[in-house]
Write a protein that binds this ligand. Sequence first.
Ligand code: LMR
Length: 397
Amino acid sequence: MIFSEVPQALADPILGLNDAFRADPRSDKVNLGVGIYKTEAGDTPVLDCVKQAEALLLQQESSKNYLGIDGVPAYNQAVLALLFGAEHTLCVNGRARAAQAPGGTGALRVAAEFIRNHTASRTVWISNPTWANHKNVFETAGLTVQEYRYYQAKDHSMDFAAMQADLAQAQPGDIVLLHGCCHNPTGIDPTQTQWQQIAQQCLQQQLVPLFDFAYQGFGAGIEEDAAGLRLMAETVPEMLIASSFSKNFGLYNERVGAVTLVAENRDTCERGFSQIKHTIRANYSNPPAHGALIVSTILHDETLRALWHSEVTQMRERIAAMRELFVASLSAAGVNQDFSFIARQNGMFSFSGLTTAQVARLRDEFGIYIVGSGRISVAGMTRENMPVICRAIAAVL
Ligand code: LMR
């Protein structure tokens, strides 16, 4: 017997909250834990562009034959164009290849195993704080995780000097995990000047950037949000990107993402990509088709693509409006503390500064679920639930 020795795993800090939320019998409970976009009515509907693409696929699909190991070719081509811009020299020169992967997490895992098994690199630097699953993914793949400072709690700003100082300790070949936009959980992104400095530091110290790019379009816009990543790609000879369409296409449960390898020349890229495919084959053989076919259909059709742009804009603008309303409603609920920084953060999350004890009280006494780090999903707020949320926060502060 071997299973009796297995210890209980801790609940996942984000997805574990969903289980607790579902089990909570209170009818006025509010889930602001996991990053899921909700409309003003509190739903997470299928985007119109997705529904239309699915109708086309239903008519046209003629086979459920396996995809290749790296997925749908037209999808991978669309991924590269979204990351770098259409017809980018990196793609024309064969320096970049994308492989479809099951979500951003699947892409991160493939990237991590590729690094661990096929390069001499063993260390990944992640920001403190970062997405709660990063450390888990990298350590499970056999890599060592180090942290660089990123956030300054006292004024809710980015501690850029500390980030640079910590990364100065990194060794040539070390991996640096960067959030392409809408840093999760802080919502604070580097400025363009800071991106230039990060890129120069990576170049000079021979560090390899690994971009986690899960919120393209939720910061300033589809093209704008890729600016840091594109600048990096112009500067360093090699990098990896784990991208996801869970949020910006609302395709959460279809698991649609990609792992992209950028190498110094075509030959190195082809060899590296062959090992990416080898890694995929050992994990899940080849990816599922439906989600990638949806994205590919939309991105290769001018009308559907324009509809997608407008739907992403709507989501982005609603979240921004909720940020403003959140700040105003906290003040209306009698909170004296300055929360204006929330309106300046990007993406789905607000890093509120609430303590673990306050987070526990919000859940236990008021049925409001947020992540233990104090991360609140602003994308789950509506005009209707806002007063309840703000009164509860006022009570626990
Ligand atoms: C989140 O951070 O809430 C999302 O990325 C969902 C997840 O898988 O954790």
